[in-house]
Design a binder for this molecule. Structure first.
Ligand code: KIV
Length: 268
């Protein structure tokens, strides 16, 4: 029997040093966290993408701390030994460093998370330093920042110009210096991600950032095909769960209407 060792912040740096790819995925509740952990995923992000994927909001901006924590707690109950990262919602870390610290602490104390993630490069450095100094591990997030959708006028690939690429490199280095233990690179040209990955000692976790990152993260609903409309270019579908659910519910409805279900086997 192999005993699974719980990962910690040092595990990910070691994986980078050993050239071992880090596998991450979002999870939003107990069953998805359990399935991902049992499948051997290295870390679970209880992403603020839950606003769109499970709560039906148009973007991530309306998500509250309480909503986010509710899902983090569920994920932890489903996967007691997983490395779980809580994703700080819009305006939970921008108001002041002390407000950010109080909110980040809730992920650790109330939801038993292992770390928190927040969006932003150089402008987030003061907050990252404050959290790390207090003992809260932080995942940075640069490039396409979904919480900036209004300010940016949409979801835009970052780092396409030489100046943009320079800025991203500076952001990554600033986050490393501030004490972040890894950084998500979202929506960045593959070559720029390669340069960043080679320039910092902390792992880079890409989403729409090419193959050169130290690891990859995807939104669970995108890779499982849990909905049928839009597929982002960076996502690959490994299943078509929406179709399977729809087919199953149609068969279920039909069998009830035909009085086929419940049959003898499902009756007492
Ligand atoms: O909330 C989320 O799902 C994320 C990933 C896209 C990294 O932040």
């Amino acid at each position: 029997m192999t005993i699974k060792k719980k990962k910690n912040v040092c595990s990910f740096r070691k994986m980078k040093q050993n050239g071992e790819k880090i596998v991450a995925v979002t999870a939003y509740d107990a069953p998805s966290a359990r399935l991902a952990d049992d499948a051997g995923v290295d870390f679970l992000l209880i992403g603020d993408s839950m606003a769109m994927t499970v709560l039906g909001y148009e973007n991530t901006l309306p998500l509250t701390m309480d909503e986010s924590l509710h899902h983090c707690k569920a994920a932890r109950r489903g996967a007691p030994d997983a490395f779980i990262v809580g994703d700080m919602p819009f305006m939970s870390y921008q108001v002041s460093c002390s407000n950010a610290l109080s909110n980040a602490a809730r992920y650790i104390k109330e939801a038993n998370c292992d770390a928190v993630k927040l969006e932003g490069g150089t402008y987030a450095v003061a907050v990252v330093e404050r959290l790390v100094t207090a003992g809260i591990p932080v995942v940075g997030h640069i490039g396409l920042l979904p919480q900036q959708v209004l300010a940016a006028g949409g979801y835009k690939i970052a780092g396409k110009t030489p100046e943009g690429a320079e800025q991203l490199l500076a952001d990554a280095k600033a986050l490393e210096k501030a004490g972040a233990f890894c950084v998500v690179l979202e929506g960045i040209p593959a070559e720029v991600s390669r340069q960043i990955t080679e320039s910092i000692s902390i792992p880079t976790i890409g989403i729409g950032a090419g193959v050169h990152c130290d690891g990859q993260i995807q939104v669970l609903n995108d890779i499982l095909g849990l909905f049928s409309d839009f597929i982002p270019r960076h996502a690959k579908r490994y299943a078509n769960i929406a179709q399977a659910v729809s087919d199953a519910l149609r068969r279920y409805s039909k069998e009830i209407r035909n009085s086929e279900f419940p049959g003898k086997d499902h009756s007492f």
